[in-house]
Design a protein around this ligand. Sequence first.
Ligand SMILES: C[S@@+](CC[C@H](N)C(=O)[O-])C[C@H]1O[C@@H](n2cnc3c(N)ncnc32)[C@H](O)[C@@H]1O
Length: 511
Amino acid sequence: MRAVDERDAYANLLTPRLLRDRGLKGRDAALVTELAYGTLRGLGTYDAIIAICSDRAPDPAVRDALRLGAHQLLRMRVPPHAAVGTTVDLVRQRIGPGAAKFVNAVLRKIASRTLDEWLPIVAPDLADDPSGHLAVVHSHPRWVVSAFRDALGSGIEETAELLAADNARPLVTLVARPGRSSRRELLDAGAEPTRYSPYGAYLAEGDPGQIAAVAETRAAVQDEASQLVALALTRVPLGPPSSPRPGSSEGELWLDMCAGPGGKAGLLDAVAVYGDTGHDDTGYDDTGYDDTGYDGTANDGTAPGGQSVAGPEEVEGGGSGSEAAAEGGRPVPFREGAEDERPVAFPGGARLLAADVQQHRARLVAQTTAHAGVVTADGTRPAWRPGAFDRVMLDAPCTGLGALRRRPEARWRRDPASVAELGRLQRALLNTALDATRPGGVVAYVTCSPHLAETRVVVGDVIARRDDVEQLDARDYLPEVDGLGDGPHAQFWPHRHGTDAMFLALLRKRA
Ligand SMILES: C[S@@+](CC[C@H](N)C(=O)[O-])C[C@H]1O[C@@H](n2cnc3c(N)ncnc32)[C@H](O)[C@@H]1O
């Protein structure tokens, strides 16, 4: 918690490392994780209670200890004397006896009431100030509550359900990348099928990294909505190309413009090469899978292990970008010699070019994809020719307000100014994504945020200034999912779908 506060550490990255370093496993590891994540999520509520119980504003380290004690007293089944005693001991050792005395006094006051008794005392009245009430009760910044209310467009009850879902621990969701793994392989490892995605599986317990398919990047941890928005992009029928694309004779070219760390690129890459095999629940081939059987011309410009990620100059000058993605032979759609070959979804095959502005993130994409070309490139200054691609995924940098379940401290990190700042970048990237798409081709604009200023407003502003774009009804390409809103975009929600609050707009470039 100190690292999160002092140096903006990410709890979900740091905690597993600390647990490993200290050799904590099983129930101990679960307890530490609950203490850290639960306290970070709940601190909006706890700070309101701490403020009433103390006569001065505590120093940051003391405040963290009070939050930790409050979480144990109000939301965990730790006996009060243990919650107070261990917290006071910790403060005495780490900060000093004076602070320990103060913490003891404040925690005793907190322990005098239950959470349900405290909430009416510290939260504004629901009728007078609905957003303020929900902000304290569900521990979200008030501006985030207001943004969620606007995006949901429904009553206060549903907003409360959404906020509660943000505070619940999400299931780990896996994806079996088609042709490289199968859902059967994940089910055999103890996972359960997901609700909507034919490639998804929930892992209730255990370390996903221990599953062979995940360790070998044939499967991965990926939110179900993230899987579905990638699939939706691949399902849109393309218009006929108005002229032959230079440098490409057949097959489709796909671009993932903001690909790092590679979740969507990993799925797109597999679907591009092996087709959408997900209608068959048993997966494509889970016996005798042999990675070496696939076409070795894949991953243009990227050595196995992803060391040689190309820079933008190489793409412009050296031809290892979109053109390279079209060259080097067509990928073999199915494992050579496979007995039950199925029709490939994309006649002539498809190839993916994945880009990210940050080299280390592009490297992660290279490590997780098997066939894609990967480049380090700034999407606002395209390293590819206009109109080069049939399908473009723009998973835009955003506030991440749709993934608060998985990032305990994230809700406290952003502010309304960051929305405006990101909005400029999102508009620029959407324009270049559309420019990169050939007439008849399609762009998926995706954010892991439901904030209207990052979703509908960005799409509306960009298409209002162009005459070469029509918006498709994204829900038509997600027929298995209900409750995605009034369209034409699709909005996933944690409380409705058990997924991140991911947004999808599908835009066709007019022929
Ligand atoms: C929401 S994340 C993408 C997540 C990814 N699609 C996945 O599914 O794993 C946004 C990414 O955009 C990248 N990015 C930010 N600005 C960019 C730019 N101007 N050009 C290309 N990538 C950019 C970030 O480095 C980040 O990796």
